[in-house]
Structure formats: structure tokens, C-alpha cells
Design a protein around this ligand. Structure first.
Ligand SMILES: [Zn+2]
Length: 228
């Protein structure tokens, strides 16, 4: 399998990957309470896994995942959520440096809902594209990517099933027996299954790959953003 993780590459490998596809994935999530049965880093692990799988089909490279995110379940066990300004700074700084690396398409994948993180990043991306018309940034998230069931939730059946599929060793369903287990999360987590997680993950992944390939195609043709 070819090397896709940015942090493992040497300059010659980065050039080769970029010549194959001028595309970089930027996975971002959060460290946030996701119930007692899921790990704090769920959102980032989710986004990162999608990027690592998508890049195998689209070419390009994947940046190291960012676990710092903003807003959400502040004050709940384990949450470490930073201010909007800090997250805007991280994203803006990374984008401005990427500009010197000659990537044409930057795919930011945020696994963290609330919507405020996505809106914040979209605003930064829009301003960046105004200043750098040759670059294109698209913002994807695992919730809205689903073509027929684009809904968000918190640590419910979707996220719990996804983790059972991706990293089952990080899930402890027995924690859902606690009397406070369903506080501040979606109660349908109790119905999570590996099968649902796999099906949904693969559906979202194929939509992500299709979207990114369409964008690459449009860039190579010099046309505007493809309509969905
Ligand atoms: Zn989440």
C-alpha cells in the first residue's frame, strides 16, 4: 500500500503523491465527552479513518488528524474544547502553509458536530479561496455526506455503530448499564451494531470518494465546482 500519511513522507514522496493527485485531506474533530461507552477522540478518529480510506481511491495525502475542536459538550467528563478563535487560528495557519505546497484541492473533513465548527471552518475556507482563486477547499462531514439519511447525532446509534466498525476495542457497551449512561447523548446508542456501522461507513466513504473525484475532475478541466 502506498504511503499516504503526510508526517511519514519525505520531500520526494510528497512531490510524487502531489503529481498523482494535487489533493490533501485535513481531518479535524474534537476531544469531547461521547457518553461513557465511547472514547473522547471519537469525532477525530471517525474523520481520520474516512480520510485514510478515501485517499486510497483518490490519491493525494492525509495530514495528521487534529483533535482540537470547538464548542459542544463543554464541562462534561473528559471534554477539552478550545475557543473558536484558537480553532480558527489552527485551520487558517495550516491552510496558509499548504498554499506554498502547491496543492490544488484541500478536503477538510470534520467529524465534530455541533454545526458551529463546520460554519467556522467554512468561513475560513471561503475567505481563503477569495484570496487564492487557484485553490479549492471543500468541507465534508460524515453526517451530511450520507446521500439518503443525512442526520447528525451525538454518541447515538450512528457514532456508536461507526466505532464498533472502526475500532471495536475502544467501545465498552457495558458502560450503558450505568444509570446516567444516556445523559447528554442520543439514547438510540443502545441499538448500535457493527453491521449498521459498516454499511453506513461504506456509504459515506463512497459518497466522499465520488465528491472528491468530481472536484479533482473539475479542477483538471478548469471548470467551476461541479453541481451535486
Ligand atoms: Zn461526535
Amino acid at each position: 500500500m502506498r504511503k499516504v500519511r503526510y508526517e511519514e513522507m519525505r520531500p520526494d514522496e510528497l512531490v510524487a503523491a502531489r503529481e498523482q493527485a494535487p489533493l490533501v485531506y485535513f481531518p479535524i474533530g474534537s476531544l469531547e465527552y461521547h457518553g461513557f461507552h465511547l472514547p473522547f477522540g471519537f469525532d477525530t478518529i471517525h474523520a481520520y479513518e474516512l480520510c485514510l480510506q478515501a485517499v486510497q481511491q483518490t490519491g493525494g495525502v492525509v495530514l495528521p488528524p487534529t483533535y482540537w475542536g470547538t464548542e459542544g459538550h463543554i464541562g462534561w467528563p473528559g471534554s477539552l474544547l478550545l475557543s473558536n478563535g484558537t480553532i480558527a487560528g489552527i485551520v487558517g495557519d495550516v491552510l496558509s502553509q499548504l498554499d506554498q505546497q502547491n496543492f490544488k484541492l484541500i478536503v477538510i473533513c470534520t467529524g465534530h458536530y455541533p454545526r458551529v465548527q463546520g460554519l467556522l471552518i467554512q468561513g475560513i475556507a471561503d475567505r481563503y479561496m477569495d484570496r487564492h482563486p487557484a485553490s479549492r477547499i471543500i468541507l465534508l462531514d460524515p453526517f451530511n455526506l450520507h446521500p439518503t439519511d443525512p442526520r447528525s447525532e451525538h454518541a447515538g446509534i450512528i457514532e456508536t455503530s461507526a466505532m464498533l466498525h472502526m475500532r471495536p476495542e475502544l467501545v465498552d457497551m457495558a458502560q450503558l448499564d450505568r444509570p446516567d449512561a444516556l445523559e447528554a447523548i442520543s439514547g438510540d446508542c443502545v441499538d448500535a451494531t457493527v453491521e449498521y456501522g459498516q454499511t453506513r461507513f461504506e456509504t459515506v466513504l463512497s459518497e466522499m470518494v465520488r465528491t472528491v473525484k468530481d472536484e479533482l475532475e473539475a479542477l483538471s478541466c478548469g471548470t467551476d465546482k461541479p453541481s451535486k
